[in-house]
Design a protein around this ligand. Sequence first.
Ligand code: ADP
Length: 189
Amino acid sequence: MSAVNHELSSGKLVLRQGDITRSRAQAIVNAANSSLMGGGGVDGAIHRAAGPKLLQACREIVREQGQLPPGEAVITPGFELPARYVIHTVGPVWQQGRKGEAELLESAYLSSIRLAEEKGLTSLAFPAISCGAYGFPVEFASELALKAMARGLEQTGLQEISVYLFSERDFSTWTAQAERLFGKGIEEE
Ligand code: ADP
């Protein structure tokens, strides 16, 4: 698996190409939808890998607090995943940038980071929230996301944040963006 590692003063930010369900981070983030009932894309992959108890846990959350609005996050166990927790957040659907999508995307990352911090976690892995079915332009999303992750490393006890890019094309867009923001990273296998 390809990876590019950026050692920032406040921690490690790693871009990886591959499947987030294989991540060894203490928590992985799910790009869920407001119903928390699972779906396609990364959401479907996480539910398949975690097993049916994940859906039960999500149902309970919705029963207690209703649907999850875009920009917010909740946490469940990871069940059969290598990760101990799944943090479910909802990114915005891209609507030509006229509906506060940038702020909502930023908030999806920052709320997830805050929840990880509350649990005292040191490692967290994200997918490219909103960059699939929700249609957010990938280059713009990568800039917002990487800046939010760098801020998260500075402001919390997190030591490592990874972002999993599923396609080779997204991986190259995100690694170019990271190089622009943080300088050249270290390539790893
Ligand atoms: P959204 O509805 O937030 O756009 P999607 O799941 O449709 O969420 O897509 C988000 C990103 O997750 C896309 O870039 C997609 O290629 C990627 N993706 C899909 N499956 C996986 C996986 N198993 N691991 C990591 N990323 C994945």
